[in-house]
Design a protein around this ligand. Structure first.
Ligand code: FAD
Ligand code: UDP
Length: 407
């Protein structure tokens, strides 16, 4: 008998497993249909020995000290400020658009005041910023919108920016100074030994059993548990009763090149000509030294694993109907990007999971993230009934037992 069955071993599921086990002494079975923990943040050393992110680049950034301190219990950090260039008009220029972007693109030498006037002249003022188009044209005008945002957004979402909520392109600011960082959060860092190692430490407790290669539906009627935490897609949980909630997917093309460096920046965005949206070169993110280099191309697509909820009014309305069903299930707690249909970053999911834990444990939010029982133990709690994924996990495989051993 487990106190909790947790579906999904990404940030939502793993934070809750760790908190319930180490904060409240609960017994937890956490399962994931994938062959590894970490959800979309999973990383591993590829055949060349380079640490890569299987599901695209994951850069940790947050303004929340709580979230940063909480995760710091399971990882050391490597300071890292993310930078992105965009390939536009045959040039590589900084994105977010800043003073250098404008000067390079138009062959100018404006200062900060002059670039403010420049934006003031070209912008199309909108009274309300309802859509993703409104946000960009209101800030930088139509020409820059078309060069940097329209094509990228249509590729990524298969929708025109005018059909997407303002919040999507509002993630990318406009600057009049020379700050070329992609994020300006107070804490920006990468887990020093990788995300997977961090997750393994979170889940390393005698009260947590981990079951991989396992869809929860295969076991839900076989095991006894008190309550469920569900971090998969909310529409799938309810057998698509009201129809499918749209999610956007990606195909990742991983490549390793026999050169030390492949491109000029950690990420290069391709808003216009190519079918892919961006190329990431992992060594910039991880700080690894290696004579070869690994990159990933992202090709947006409709079918495949659901990666992005699509923020627009009709989807919010459909999600609202599923949320009503979810709220009526007092035995199941829906947490995470797919289960709450929110375009959330990792830190927001950690915060969401800590809040849910606080409610379950009757604690204030501040108290919820404090580890009350030893988190790092040497236990044999990880079980992998089929195999440990592709065998490329970045730590040695744990003991293999059968499902019978945990129920
Ligand atoms: P997930 O990581 O998706 O975990 C859910 C887990 O549930 C999955 O492992 C899935 O296999 C499992 N599951 C689903 N259904 C079942 C089932 N039926 N049975 C068993 N298991 C099931 N955030 C940042 O902060 N910075 C970034 O740079 C960043 N980059 C990103 C790049 C890409 C390409 C993508 C797609 C996302 C990025 N994110 C980034 C967002 C980040 O991935 C998410 O915020 C975070 O991983 C969400 O965690 P989660 O636990 O909610 O979901
Ligand atoms: N975007 C764009 N051009 C860019 C970068 C971003 O049009 O060069 C838009 C696009 O719609 C994208 C959104 O802004 O989906 C958010 O970008 P972000 O880099 O935050 O996307 P993520 O890393 O979540 O995929």
């Amino acid at each position: 008998m487990f106190d909790y069955l947790i579906v999904g071993a990404g940030f939502a599921g793993s934070v809750l497993a760790e908190r319930l086990a180490n904060g409240s002494g609960k017994s937890v079975l956490i399962c994931d249909k994938r062959p590894h923990v970490g959800g979309n943040a999973y990383d591993f050393y590829n055949d060349a020995g380079i640490l890569i992110h299987k599901y695209g680049p994951h850069i940790f950034h947050t303004n929340s000290r709580d979230v940063f301190d909480y995760l710091s219990q399971f990882t050391d950090w490597r300071e890292y400020q993310h930078r992105v260039l965009a390939s536009v008009d045959g040039m590589l220029v900084p994105i977010p658009i800043n003073l250098d972007t404008i000067n390079k693109l138009y062959g100018l030498s404006l200062n900060s005041h002059e670039v403010k006037d420049f934006f003031e002249k070209v912008r199309e003022k909108r009274d309300t910023l309802r859509t993703s188009e409104d946000v960009v044209v209101n800030a930088v005008g139509r020409e820059l919108y078309e060069k940097f945002f329209r094509g990228y957004t249509r590729k990524q979402w298969d929708l025109d920016p005018s059909e997407l909520d303002a919040s999507v392109t509002a993630r990318v600011p406009t600057r009049t100074n020379r700050d070329s960082r992609y994020f300006t959060d107070h804490y920006q860092a990468m887990p020093k030994q990788g995300y997977t190692r961090m997750f393994e430490r979170m889940l390393d407790s005698p009260r947590i059993k981990v079951l991989l290669n396992c869809d929860y539906r295969e076991i839900v009627d076989e095991i006894e548990y008190g309550e469920m935490i569900y971090s998969g897609p909310v529409d799938a949980f309810f057998d698509y009763r009201y129809g499918k909630l749209p999610y956007r997917s990606l195909e990742f093309r991983h490549e390793t090149h026999d050169v030390e460096w492949f491109q000029e920046a950690p990420v290069v965005n391709f808003p216009n000509e190519q079918a892919f949206t961006r190329i990431t070169e992992f060594k910039y993110l991880t700080g690894q030294s290696h004579r070869k280099t690994s990159v990933v191309y992202e090709f947006p697509q409709a079918e495949g694993d659901p990666y992005y909820p699509i923020p627009r009014p009709e989807n919010a309305e459909l999600y609202g109907r599923y949320k009503t069903l979810a709220d009526a299930r007092s035995d199941v707690h829906f947490v995470g990007r797919l289960a709450t249909y929110k375009y959330y970053n990792m830190d927001q999911i950690v915060a969401q999971a800590l809040t849910v834990y606080g409610k379950l444990a009757g604690l204030k939010r501040k108290e919820a993230s404090v580890v009350a029982m030893p988190a790092r133990t040497s236990s044999k709690s990880l079980i992998y009934p089929i195999s440990i994924g592709n065998g490329k996990g970045n730590s040695s495989p744990p003991e293999i037992t059968s499902l019978d051993a945990v129920s």
